[in-house]
Design a protein around this ligand. Sequence first.
Ligand code: GAL
Length: 388
Amino acid sequence: MTRNLIKSAAAVLVAFACAGCSGNKGTGVVLLPEEAFVKTVDGMYTGLYTISNDNGMTLQLTNYGARIVALWVPSADGGFKDVVWGYDSIDAYLNASDKYSGPVVGRYGNRINDGRFTLDGKEYRLTVNENGNQLHGGAGGFSAKVWNAEQFTDEDGNQAVRMTWLSEDGEEGYPGNLKISVTYTITSENELVLDYEASTDKPTVLNPTSHVYYNLHGTSAKSTDTHLMTIYADSFTPTDAELIPTGEIAPVEGTPMDFRTSTAIGARIETPDFEPLKLGKGYDHNWVLDKTSDGTHSGTWIAAELFEPETGIIMKIYTDQPGLQFYAGQGMDGKEVGKRGEIHNVRSGIALETQNFPDAPNHEDFPSAVLRPGETYTQHSVYAFSLK
Ligand code: GAL
């Protein structure tokens, strides 16, 4: 309780300190009003945070789930497009049927088989929220928490928001008090940068990721099937019918999973008789990144490039993570009404999640997701926007 009160007070201070400090806005950028995001959830205040660069690229975040709400980037017509799904109020987020529009998910992004894993000889039982498995850290995971938020200007003059959360020992079944921060920065190069940092007081597992539905048309009224996708990966991790990895690392060569050359998402997504696409009802898989650099963004490799010819918007993703989950939004049913009254239609928003492999705690030959006391987990992922 005391902890919550302190957190609430901190959130209020930040909210007041930042009223009106949102910087330059590009032509055509329509900001959501801060009032629509002020609420008390679990005894803590939620708010809306707005940061931008001198080019007008603008990010809006709420601390409910450390979540991206809007991201306005330049488009080829000289205006700006909001390239992420979202809702126009905190109430809409609380009532949404898909809880994963924009947040940081964890402790473990994607699935853990049967909601259990063994670490140092001890079995841990997690909460389960999908087919007896755990998805995205459980129903009460990071995406459902009200994080502390601090808005600041970094040493390079970029506007940033740092979200922090103390995930207590036992939260959703995970061991250890885990302190995590995720810092969102907008650079002068039109990049959205996410820096994660975490530490624990007991051995645990961790795989946080950003779960944003992107649509480079700037509206969920239009399908993302037209987006041209490149994924820098020679292989992927096939799954069973519950989307739990079988443990196999399969080559993409000669399959509809091969995005090594730029290909429209819709071109092969309905390929008949290709088992992984049948199981996923489309793309919903983890690609094993090649870890090759394009000479930019040191300390990372290029994971993917997405391009929408209609708007000319390119999004390149750089990361230091081994995997990328590409989910094509086939689970949406067109019933959710998002920002601007736009419907979230089937395949009108795609998630590209930089991550460790799903269910890695149960696969010895997958990269380790273990975090021990004294170690610091870090992740650096960059979403770089440009025009063609
Ligand atoms: C993705 C996952 C999908 C779906 C989605 C949330 O990361 O791969 O299967 O669960 O999150 O709706």
